[in-house]
Design a protein. Structure first.
Length: 369
């Protein structure tokens, strides 16, 4: 479990059923994927790693891309791009499939993964229903129930609901094969991502305050509020960048006529240790990269030796990332091949859907899209 005043993530995996929402909680607070998204977007290293992994999962996309698959004008490659972005964050994705009265697939659309939850098992121990909500924390929002992807049951479900009321199915893909919900790539390093975010916020605040410590100023009581406000305004104009300093002013009963005894100033806080911050930040960043299976040098590009020898070191690191995500990429290919079978479009049914790799190893160089 990890937390801060910005985010709280419970990354334990109890199979906890939410009776009110009629779903299994995704994390004990049912907000794990939402907070994972916030955390990745707030950690520069995690965001960079997610972008890179998403690029390798997408590769160069499919060759067969000349089809529109929903009313938004998405093509198979756009659908793949959206799915791989979610996969790079959550280690899973979800796609809604629409059908016509004959049970043929007509539309495909990625549903934000953080919106989807699994329902209770049926009598056979099979989860056949999912629920979707844009805000699981809002008690006023009623989740929408969908059938889980199973083309063999489409006609039965249409007969049950009528085609006018049938909402279609959702394909729910998780690459954490043993748990009810997937764990994010950053799950082992949640605390490190929070540390990186906190470090960034702390240094930003120091810059805002002109690299000055916080100060406590104690004076005798002022005769009126105007005099007090003028004094505080004068202090702030003398301290910190852009006239902003970390100043806390307190009044007290002081009987001395000595001016030095009427104003008391005490600095509090610690000095910024650049070397300590640099070491800590590097250690945290490296651990986040390792969680994604990415060489830290590939993210930072701060090692000039990597570019010697025709960039062979970079080539090898990129090939390592491609190898790291290859199993996930092949599972995504299998999903799309199955999705685009039994559609209303015969050309789409007969098309090949193989993801072209991002990196191609040659004798001399690495070709990158």
């Amino acid at each position: 479990m990890a937390s801060s005043n910005f985010i709280h993530i419970d990354n334990t995996t109890p199979k906890e059923y939410n009776k009110r929402k009629d779903v299994f909680n995704f994390g004990s607070d049912n907000d794990y994927p939402t907070n994972i998204k916030k955390l990745i977007n707030s950690s520069v290293t995690a965001k960079s790693c997610a972008n890179l992994v998403g690029s390798f999962l997408y590769g160069k996309g499919f060759d067969n891309n000349g089809f529109y698959i929903n009313r938004d004008g998405d093509t198979p490659n756009k659908l793949l791009r959206k799915a791989t972005v979610d996969a790079s964050y959550y280690n899973g994705f979800a796609i809604h499939i629409g059908y016509n009265a004959l049970g043929e697939k007509t539309t495909f659309k990625v549903i934000p993964f953080e919106w989807v939850r699994k329902c209770q098992e049926d009598n056979n121990g099979y989860i056949s229903k999912l629920k979707v909500s844009k805000d699981w924390a809002d008690r006023k929002v009623e989740p929408i129930e969908y059938d889980i992807y199973n083309p063999n049951q489409v006609l039965n479900q249409i007969n049950r609901d009528t085609i006018e009321n049938y909402k279609g199915q959702i394909l729910y893909v998780s690459f954490s094969y043993q748990d009810i919900y997937p764990k994010s790539w950053i799950d082992p390093v949640i605390d490190d991502c929070i540390s990186e975010w906190k470090s960034s916020v702390y240094k930003k605040n120091l810059i805002t305050k002109g690299f000055m410590k916080n100060s406590i100023v104690v004076t005798k009581e002022f005769d009126n509020e105007k005099s007090k406000a003028n004094f505080q305004s004068g202090m702030k104009s003398q301290l910190g960048a852009d006239g902003v300093g970390g100043i806390n002013h307190y009044e007290a009963e002081l009987d001395s006529d000595d001016l030095s005894q009427e104003v008391f100033i005490q600095e509090v806080g610690t000095d910024l240790n650049d070397q300590l911050f640099a070491y800590t930040d590097k250690n945290v960043s490296d651990k986040i990269c390792i969680a994604y299976g990415i060489s830290p040098s590939l993210i930072k590009n701060d090692d000039n030796s990597l570019f010697s020898g025709g960039g062979e070191a970079i080539q090898q690191m990129m090939l390592n990332v491609q190898f790291r995500v290859d199993n996930v990429k092949r599972d995504i290919e299998d999903c799309f091949k199955d999705l685009f079978t039994g559609t209303v479009n015969s050309e789409l049914n007969n098309a090949e859907f193989v993801i072209n790799p991002l990196v191609v190893k040659t004798e001399a160089i690495t070709k990158i899209n």
